[in-house]
Design a binder for this molecule. Structure first.
Ligand SMILES: NC(=O)c1ccc[n+]([C@@H]2O[C@H](COP(=O)([O-])OP(=O)(O)OC[C@H]3O[C@@H](n4cnc5c(N)ncnc54)[C@H](O)[C@@H]3O)[C@@H](O)[C@H]2O)c1
Length: 329
């Protein structure tokens, strides 16, 4: 079948290869002309020096991508996702299935991508919504290394359809109905990955990093429950699974950005040193707002919020966590 991917960076083009391997026709839309030319003329992945199937095509033209398929994969940084969804809606003449693979929460509203879709896309242009998320580095999936994802939709038939579209011998896809849990886990783990990177950059050691990841998982669970997801999802692939793969890996841009902050770079320096998307810092701000709104105690998120917004320096933020009142686990 025809499938359009909106956003052909590291993850979008890697998923394009999965879909091409599964005999689909894929059209990627990106705003970066170099990326489009690399895919069309050199058949090379724009983020990694790896050949990709020549059947994958790319375009700068959003209308062409919207008309190409009724299945649209959203793979842009979440800071532009509202704008992209509304552009798609204005251009589309038929009802679309949106498959979101971006991982973030809108800080201004606390909205998940599904909330933005429900707000922006009129019912007659929305065929369905699926979030596809899980422990997955593009750097590994591009080499067809074994990976798992969860396809979640309120419509289980649609989740199953997306499972069938993506699954193959190296990609195992599970289904779920817990859209909010899957989206929230995939987003918040990036915030904890930044914190874990900061701890590593500070040289706090592996004991401290394990403690931060584990206590960070508690905060992920609290946020998932507050936003309407389940504990099972929190401890599944798209929560704990994704936290494990992200929170101590140099393949993770979020962990790496944290590492640089811990080593003394400012937040802006750490974010600007990569042209690729780092969702975690924005997600710390979103998670802080959610904690405030739902009155949930999130000590790691709160300390990192004060740091990334420049209200505290590194030392004060660390002391804030170390000097907390002793309590039961
Ligand atoms: N890299 C991974 O391993 C991975 C895995 C799972 C999920 N994700 C998520 O996928 C999302 C994208 O991550 P990435 O790693 O591909 O980032 P990236 O920075 O490599 O790619 C983002 C792409 O979006 C493009 N873009 C920006 N604005 C656009 C627009 N208006 N229309 C179309 N394209 C636009 C950019 O040109 C770029 O090619 C993030 O939310 C990330 O958390 C990434």
């Amino acid at each position: 079948m025809n499938i359009s991917i909106i956003g052909g960076g590291a993850w979008g083009t890697t998923l394009a290869q999965v879909l091409a391997d599964n005999h689909n026709s894929v059209l990627i839309r990106d705003v970066n002309n170099n990326f489009v030319e690399k895919i069309n003329n050199e058949h090379v992945h724009p983020s990694f020096a790896v050949s990709i199937p020549s059947s994958i095509k790319a375009t700068l033209d959003l209308k062409e991508a919207v008309d190409f398929s009724d299945y649209l994969i959203l793979c842009v940084p979440t800071k532009v996702i509202r704008k992209v969804i509304s552009e798609i809606t204005n251009l589309s003449t038929s009802s679309k299935v949106f498959i979101n693979v971006s991982k973030g929460i809108e800080p201004e509203t606390g909205y998940l991508v599904s909330d933005i879709i429900n707000e922006v896309v009129p019912k007659d242009k929305l065929e369905g919504y699926v979030v596809l998320s899980g422990p997955s580095h593009a750097e590994e999936l591009i080499f067809r290394k074994f990976t798992t994802l969860v396809s979640a939709s309120l419509d289980l038939n649609l989740a199953t359809k997306v499972q069938e579209i993506f699954a193959n011998r190296y990609l195992r896809v599970y289904t779920s109905k817990d859209v909010r849990g899957v989206e929230t886990g995939g987003a918040i783990k990036n915030a904890i990955a930044v914190v874990s990177g900061i701890a590593s950059g500070l040289g706090l050691g592996e004991n401290a990093r394990a403690a931060l990841i584990c206590r960070g998982m508690r905060e992920i669970v609290k946020i998932i429950l507050a936003l309407g997801g389940t504990k099972e999802t929190a401890y599944g692939l798209s929560g704990l699974g994704d936290l494990i793969v992200t929170a101590s890996s140099l393949n993770s841009r979020n962990f790496t950005a944290g590492l640089k902050i811990g080593q003394g770079q400012t937040v802006d320096e750490a974010l600007n040193s990569s042209t690729q998307t780092v969702e975690g810092v924005r997600t710390i701000i979103a998670a802080y707002q959610i904690g405030h709104k739902y009155n949930i105690d999130l000590p790691i998120i709160n300390a990192s919020y004060l740091l990334v917004t420049g209200k505290n320096d590194l030392k004060t933020s660390v002391n804030l966590l170390l000097n907390r009142e002793l309590k039961e686990e």
